[in-house]
Design a protein around this ligand. Structure first.
Ligand SMILES: Cc1cc2nc3c(=O)[nH]c(=O)nc-3n(C[C@H](O)[C@H](O)[C@H](O)COP(=O)(O)O)c2cc1C
Length: 164
């Protein structure tokens, strides 16, 4: 799939088949994450890949807007060191992972990690060192249905040539 196809086809997927995702594909997703742009080239990220059902269920229980994590084949937790641009860097890595998932035919969804009531609990559950900040949780798996992208605002609504 070409990059622009992946961008056009990516949509949040919250329902997954029970089929596992091969380790090689999970590595591809993380590899896409670590290739994201990063302010001052600090590459502050660390990625935890969770496939154990018990841990997925526990995260799904804790993350109030991510209950569907419990049914995902895996979940990638994106962490960053507390650098000046940690959030931007972590978000860039998150989007790279979502696009790579779309490219591979996997379904995935961005679940908020930063600034949430459950941020600390998820970090503790995963044994993250205290200097790392949780940016996002990315449950993924083979989608139950074909993802359909729906956008409320079209190009003409958001594009301003030269000036507003
Ligand atoms: C910063 C951020 C946090 C998000 N958090 C959640 C979340 O906690 N739970 C969830 O189901 N979706 C979450 N989403 C996904 C959005 O709901 C989704 O991207 C939006 O509805 C647009 O749909 P699309 O991804 O299919 O284009 C989040 C997206 C972003 C960018």
């Amino acid at each position: 799939m070409k990059t622009l196809d992946a961008i056009s086809k990516r949509a949040s997927v919250r329902e997954y088949q029970s089929r596992p995702v091969e380790k090689a594909l999970l590595e591809k997703l993380v590899d896409a994450g670590r290739r994201a742009p990063t302010a001052r080239a600090v590459e502050p990220w660390e990625f935890a890949v969770i496939t154990e059902r018990k841990t997925l269920e526990k995260i799904g229980q804790i993350a109030d807007h991510g209950h569907f994590i419990r049914d995902a084949a895996c979940c990638i937790a994106v962490f960053c060191k507390d650098t000046k641009y940690y959030l931007e860097d972590g978000c860039a890595a998150t989007e790279n992972i979502l696009l790579a998932a779309a490219d591979l035919g996997l379904g995935a969804c961005w679940v908020a990690g930063d600034k949430k009531t459950y941020t600390h609990e998820v970090s503790t559950l995963l044994g993250a060192p205290p200097n790392l900040k949780l940016i996002s949780l990315i449950p993924a798996g083979w989608p139950k249905a074909k993802p359909e992208q729906t956008k409320n605002r079209n190009l003409r609504d958001v594009l301003h040539w030269e000036k507003f």
